[in-house]
Write a protein that binds this ligand. Structure first.
Ligand code: NAP
Length: 251
């Protein structure tokens, strides 16, 4: 039996779309929102079983959840995802642009395909989701958008110029969108994670990289997906109503 718990959390009655929420940072964020009362739209592009598992975890918490399979780089699929979200939950209060990929290569060896694949998901994918959601938020004069960038977008990232450029571009996008949408009651902020232990960063299991990167981290450990989720929830909460256009490094 599932018991719907109400009146307990910061996000009671809110509807949240988290792109790329089948695993890693997106999954932790989706679950954290659900624990604090939100209904959640879970999105993946390929890993349907992972997405369905997250939906089941959220339902077990007594919250509403649906799975929306959509490649964020595909405009039509994104439009369908947001329409499904609104048909099901009537509104979108929070959009977390989390879906992202990396394809490594030194800049001078990178192919156009490697460049396009990363920019299409990490930057154009955010634009697609933003465009589908923002007119609806403007009508309601309310909304929170959180973009998952990366410290790579600030500091650069050797062997990943496509990724660093997409995440840096996202910070300019973040700032501009915040400036344009403040008057409509919409806050737009970014989180820039350092190295977080997920499938994307399997390479940190290689001792030589692990030791090198760990030696540069003052807190002496890599981040966990929950370390990012808690900051995303803060930015999406009423407590952050007077914060917009910012980027919070979590590294
Ligand atoms: P992850 O473990 O690889 O998970 C990525 C999620 O995004 C998966 O659910 C994946 O599902 C989905 N996804 C990938 N491409 C998609 C697309 N085109 N459309 C929709 N969903 C898509 O990655 P993560 O480490 O949690 O990273 C999440 C975000 O944080 C990314 O934007 C990443 O750049 C950023 N970030 C991560 C780190 C880190 O150290 N891990 C650091 C800084 C920033 P499918 O398998 O179905 O595609």
């Amino acid at each position: 039996m599932r018991i719907k718990v109400t009146g307990m959390g910061r996000f009671d009655g809110k509807v949240v779309v988290v792109t790329g929420s089948g695993r890693g940072i997106g999954r932790a964020t989706a679950l954290a929102f659900a624990r604090e009362g939100a209904d959640v739209v879970v999105n993946v592009s390929k890993s349907v079983d992972e997405g369905n598992a997250v939906v089941e975890e959220i339902k077990a918490l007594g919250r509403g959840a649906i799975m929306a399979k959509a490649d964020v780089a595909n405009e039509a699929e994104v439009e369908k995802m947001i329409k499904t979200a609104i048909d099901h939950f009537r509104k979108v209060d929070v959009l977390v642009n989390n879906a992202g990929i990396g394809i490594s290569s030194m800049s001078y060896k990178m192919t156009k395909e490697q460049w396009d694949a990363v920019v299409d998901v990490n930057l154009t994918g955010v634009f697609n989701c933003f465009r589908a959601v923002v007119p609806r938020m403007m009508e309601r004069r309310s909304g929170k958008i959180i973009n998952i960038s990366s410290v790579a977008g600030i500091d650069g990232f050797i062997g990943n110029i496509n990724y660093a450029a997409s995440k840096g571009g996202l910070l300019a996008f973040n700032r501009t969108a915040a400036t344009e949408l403040g008057r409509y009651g919409i806050n737009v902020n970014a989180v820039a994670p350092g190295i977080i232990e997920t499938q994307m960063t399997e390479w940190i299991k290689i001792p030589k990289y692990r030791d090198m990167y760990l030696s540069r981290i003052p807190l002496g450990r890599f981040g966990k997906p929950e370390d990012i989720a808690s900051v995303v929830l803060f930015l999406a909460s009423e407590e952050a109503n007077y914060i917009t256009g910012q980027v919070i490094r979590v590294d």
